[in-house]
Design a protein around this ligand. Structure first.
Ligand code: PAF
Length: 279
């Protein structure tokens, strides 16, 4: 595997490649990331991964400084997956000057849910993803469904800018007890790790209620938030949304079988976890 940090070298290395499959990451790779690499392999060749902890998508009080950086271990894992190039730019490589041009997702998608609780997050994500796409020029790029809103925003961006990159969605990779794998799980204490699958269990309960014909979305959400809070979590949101645009469904939408997803974000101790479940 070639490890490349400069944009020019990356372009030289990938020149003429028409079927590149790309997996952008922030490193601290776990099985979930590796499953994205395997999916990428099915959709293209060569597979290119990136590791870049993108300052632009972290708020001033978020965990940019303490975000886990495990570069050597990540390299070994990617080598085993047969990744051809690891693009690992420094901040100077990717942002040699302040990144003043940025991509702003539409407010009705970028400022809801995660965007409401993490102002500026999606501007940071779309800006770096567009820049990484411009460096790698992939034919396909793989994003996990765990970051459901991110996936939708990137997919819409690719469509609206007519990018020549197809966005492939990968199913969420879960531990045996249901917890969605995430680099931030490493922040959990032993007791918190034991409690963490409760979030996914609750999503399943909410989905079960909807499937059983419970149409009062607001009541379901309120009840689920209270249940989580009673277990010691601090929920930001548990929300039933339309899969098509992440807007709240009307009773009519639900009655006529609109495809839905329940999305959630909650703090367990100092760690903020997100998850979702398609209904
Ligand atoms: O999902 C992530 O790890 C990041 O948001 C991404 C897509 C690599 C952009 O920094």
């Amino acid at each position: 595997m070639k490890i490349i940090s400069s944009i020019d070298e990356l372009r030289d290395q990938l020149r003429g490649q028409l079927r590149t499959a790309f997996v952008p990451t922030m490193g601290n790779l776990h099985e979930g990331h590796l499953s994205l690499m395997r999916l990428a392999r099915k959709h293209g060749d060569p597979v290119v991964a990136s590791i870049f902890v993108n300052r632009l998508q972290f708020g001033p009080n978020e965990d940019f400084d303490k975000y886990p950086r495990t570069f050597q271990a990540d390299v070994e894992k990617l080598e085993k997956e047969g990744v051809y190039v690891l693009f690992a730019p420094t901040e100077k490589d990717l942002y040699p000057e302040p990144q003043e041009y940025r991509v702003r997702p539409p407010d009705d998608l970028g400022n809801i849910l995660e965007g409401e609780f993490r102002p500026g997050f999606f501007v940071g994500v779309t800006t770096v993803v567009l820049k990484l796409f411009s460096c790698v020029q992939p034919r396909v790029a793989v994003f996990g469904k765990k970051d459901y809103q991110q996936l939708m925003i990137v997919r819409n961006m690719a469509k609206q800018f007519a990018l020549p990159t197809e966005i492939i969605a990968a199913d969420t990779y879960r531990a045996e007890d249901g917890l969605a794998l995430s680099s931030r799980n490493g922040y959990l204490s032993e007791a918190e790790r034991a409690e963490a699958p409760a979030l996914y269990q609750l999503l399943n309960e909410v989905a079960g209620e909807v499937r059983a014909g419970h149409l009062d979305v607001f009541e379901l959400e309120r009840h689920a938030m209270a249940k989580l809070a009673a277990r010691g979590w601090k929920p930001d949101y548990i929300s039933i949304r339309k899969r098509a645009d992440l807007q709240p469904p009307s009773a009519g939408d639900i009655a006529k079988g609109e495809a839905l997803v329940v999305v959630a974000a909650a703090k367990l101790g100092a760690t903020r976890l997100i998850d979702n479940l398609e209904i």
